[in-house]
Design a protein around this ligand. Structure first.
Ligand code: ZN
Length: 170
């Protein structure tokens, strides 16, 4: 069981274990918005429903930007090699610098894509047009999305979607 945490503006900022959620509650830092009605925990004197959604009393200082990381590049690119379109698990994917690092290409959203090992070897230190390997999509800074930024799992409650600003993710 996990708990979605919103800031005081109702913006979803993170997902925590229910144990952490209870700490936020007991320390007076958050209020319950929705509960798991079927799940209860008992202390020696009280029974609580597990919180499904909490709202913090403070504004959470978050930039609402997607952190640049290898895993998030894979998410943005839908776990597909951006050259041959094959879909692979993260453990099999590599990242490719579109403009190679040896040619001053940066390590950032606009120059890094998911790439399968075969394409990575084939491309080597060439540019896409030199290798005759056009990109599927020009790499961009992704929009903040709860699915990417909060790592929503299949088993998490569907009604969390009500709090998500942009619900669709490819
Ligand atoms: Zn490939």
């Amino acid at each position: 069981m996990r708990t979605l945490v919103l800031d005081n503006t109702y913006f979803p900022v993170r997902i925590v274990t229910w144990q952490k959620a209870m700490i936020l509650l007991f320390t007076g830092r958050a209020e319950v918005l929705t509960e798991y009605s079927e799940k209860k925990i008992r202390s020696t004197t009280q029974t609580f429903n597990l919180p499904k959604t909490l709202r913090l009393f403070n504004r959470h200082r978050t930039s609402h930007k997607v952190k640049f990381s290898r895993q998030n590049v894979f998410w943005r690119d839908n776990f597909q090699c951006q050259y041959c379109f094959i879909k692979l698990p993260a453990s099999k994917l590599t990242i490719d610098h579109v403009v190679p690092q040896s040619r001053e290409g940066g390590t950032d959203w606009e120059n890094v894509v998911a790439c399968c090992p075969d394409c990575n070897v084939r491309k080597g230190s060439q540019l896409p047009n030199e290798a005759n390997m056009p990109l599927k999509n020009p790499p961009r800074v992704p929009k903040w999305s709860p699915q990417i930024c909060l790592r929503v799992k299949k088993e998490d409650p569907d009604d969390w979607n009500d709090w998500f600003p942009n619900k669709k993710v490819s």
